[in-house]
Each structure stands twice: as C-alpha cells, then as structure tokens.
Design a protein around this ligand. Structure first.
Ligand code: A1EHT
Length: 102
C-alpha cells in the first residue's frame, strides 16, 4: 500500500518514540484533515514505518515559530529554522501539522 507522507530517515527514531510530534510543511502538503490516519514512510526509500493521526493543521510563518514548536520537533529553535530553510529555500508560509502515533 502507498504511503501518505514521508519524513527524512534521520527523523524516524524520534517519531517512533514520540519525541517528534509535529512537522512543518509547505502548502503542497497542507491538505491533511484532523482525524486523518496517514501511513508514514521514509523519504529516501519510501519504506513504511508507522501510522499517525492528524491532531491539527495550522498556518504559520517562519517568524512565528517558537521554542514550543522546537520542543515538539526535539530540536533547538535555531536548528529548526535552519532545517526548514534548507528544505524550503525562499518560502515563508508553512503549516504546522501536529500528529500522534497510532
Ligand atoms: C519531501 C519533504 O519535504 N520532506 C520532509 C519535509 C519536512 N520534514 C521535517 O519536518 C520538520 C519541519 O520541516 C523537520 O523536522 C523536517 O525535517 C521531513 O522530514 N521531510
């Protein structure tokens, strides 16, 4: 069966132990709805590794990111901003996707 969302392999272990409970995506991945159950795979190999349930999808800009978001990513705020800018150069409008592990 196809996966619904992918994460870079390096985040897999944090997701599986519940240390990473949000992801920040651009508009192309903002269509998920509260309650959706998503099959999650690795970006590199599309290998399935868990199922998550969407708790909320909230618009946000880079400047609005706080230490609370960083905590939910298991990162520092400066690391989080760097990661996002590396993945999405020249983008400022994002969506915080909050999820729980099923
Ligand atoms: C194809 C594609 O965009 N894949 C992505 C995009 C984002 N993310 C992670 O979400 C958080 C905020 O962006 C950070 O932890 C990111 O590394 C990810 O794992 N995989």
């Amino acid at each position: 069966m196809q996966n619904d969302i992918t994460f870079y392999q390096r985040f897999k272990s944090d997701i599986l132990v519940g240390l990473k409970v949000i992801t920040i995506r651009d508009r192309s991945e903002s269509h998920f709805k509260v309650g959706d159950k998503l099959r999650v795979g690795t970006f590199e190999t599309d290998e399935y590794f868990c199922t998550i349930k969407i708790i909320s999808v909230t618009p946000i800009t880079l400047e609005q990111l706080t230490e609370e978001h960083a905590k939910q990513e298991n990162m520092t705020l400066s690391d989080l901003k760097k990661v996002i800018s590396d993945i999405y150069p020249n983008e400022n409008h994002f969506f915080v996707i909050h999820f729980s592990l099923l």
